[in-house]
Design a protein around this ligand. Sequence first.
Ligand code: PEP
Ligand code: MG
Length: 539
Amino acid sequence: RRKVEDLAAERTRFRAAVEQARAELVEVQGEAEVKLGADQARIFEAQRMFLQDPALIDQVEARIDKEHLNAEAAIEETVEDLAALFEHMDAPILQARAADVRDVGTRLIRLLTGWRPPSLSSLTRASIIVASDLKPSDTAQLDPKQVLGLATAAGSATSHTAILARGLGLPAVVGLGETVVDLAEGTNMILDGFTGQLLVDPDLNMLSEYRVRQAESEQPRAAALAGVGEPAVTRDGHRVEVAANIGDEAGARLAVANGAEAVGLLRSEFLYLDRSTPPSEDEQEAAYTAIADALGGRPLIIRTLDIGGDKPALYLDLPEELNPFLGWRAIRFCLARPEVFKTQLRAILRAAEGRNIKVMFPMIATLDEIRQAKALLAEAGAELTAQGIPHATRIETGIMVEVPAAAVVADLLAPEVDFFSLGTNDLVQYTLAADRTNPRVASLADPFNPAVLRLVKQVIDAGHAVGKWVGMCGEMAGMPQAIPILLGLGLDEFSMTPAAIPEAKVLIRRLSFAEARDLATRVLSLRSATEMRSMKRKM
Ligand code: PEP
Ligand code: MG
């Protein structure tokens, strides 16, 4: 920090650093695309947008001009102001932007001073990285062969660092609190990603216990991976479909490698986030086509735009809401903005020509919403026909059942659709009135609550009564404790994060459908999730 006299020269230094940072970020994004896929690499595009944002650029120049500050100090102050703003926002996805803006700030200061931070890409021995928080660019540069795992003071399950670590297959324990950074370099530690614990200076007993556990956890995984090509058939011959939840083309390849038989949920909103303009029809068609082709003929369910809630997109002019999860999101937004919705529907219909693609509407609460969405789908098809553009003339159409109202009247909705997919992440939060992003009510949001299980059963039965298949794409579908119960309730399709597929298939192959049905009947007679857990322990 110092006073400068030649303000014009200082501004020029700053501008030059901005240009250089922009060029570097293009390169980092390219590398990240190869390592992590286009979707996750888009974080660096978002960082590049900060370098054009008046909130950053004009503020830094104003500090240089008014306070005669050197560029480095002006950047540091501006970045801290912006980061604090983001940290105070409600949506986790916006809070995570604080790390991005700091990342951009550090890059600029490094370019201006020639300072080289210690690099995480040149570790000499396998290590656990302990940090206050990791910048997304640091995480992307980690070498998974040298890094055993991450432990950070800040962060949440939805922060970019956690998402990137998951993509690299690294265990990460986040949100440990600031004291964690006081640990001395070279400290022995056990990082337990299963329980979210960091055990410091473990004694020999604990070390050997964990070595055994580590080996045990790797064995079934290796065995499960060996059998990923096999179908999920129970001992008594009942077959179900095991599918993947993905967000982009890299996800599609991961799904296939893990033995997915289909994609039960493509979260198409990832195409819309972290950018300044909506994706065009052609861009979407190309993305959907590439994903379907990567799946090599396996069915692909494209969920239409589920924006709003905790997933904002600035260019769509979504208003700030007091209760975003109860607000103008997903199908509600799409029906009100048919020009945005129809662009996506046209792209889906075009991609579906000659490919195994289905469409699914999120957040359906009423019959009218289904009818309106289907009318717009028909309109999109008619437009394409009139324009002579090749497209699928018939596409299987389903809905997500994630609003309790839809679950309660599933019998009325079933005749209108080709399939149901239970979205338990939202269904649980709405059924128990427990915000899925609020850690204080996390224990209430229990998918094993009898209220949720009854709704799940009701939806499956309503679908089957009119010959429609019923799947689940909420996190519950991949939980080993839930799979036997869901199987017994008659669920036809289990859609989960690709990494969970190999073990889910092994589990299903060990089960008997008849026994699972008995189990489901018994579980449905229980009065609470606590009773359910104690019953499972006794089994
Ligand atoms: C769900 O709500 O269960 C779901 C799968 O959708 P998302 O997590 O994207 O809201
Ligand atoms: Mg949902």
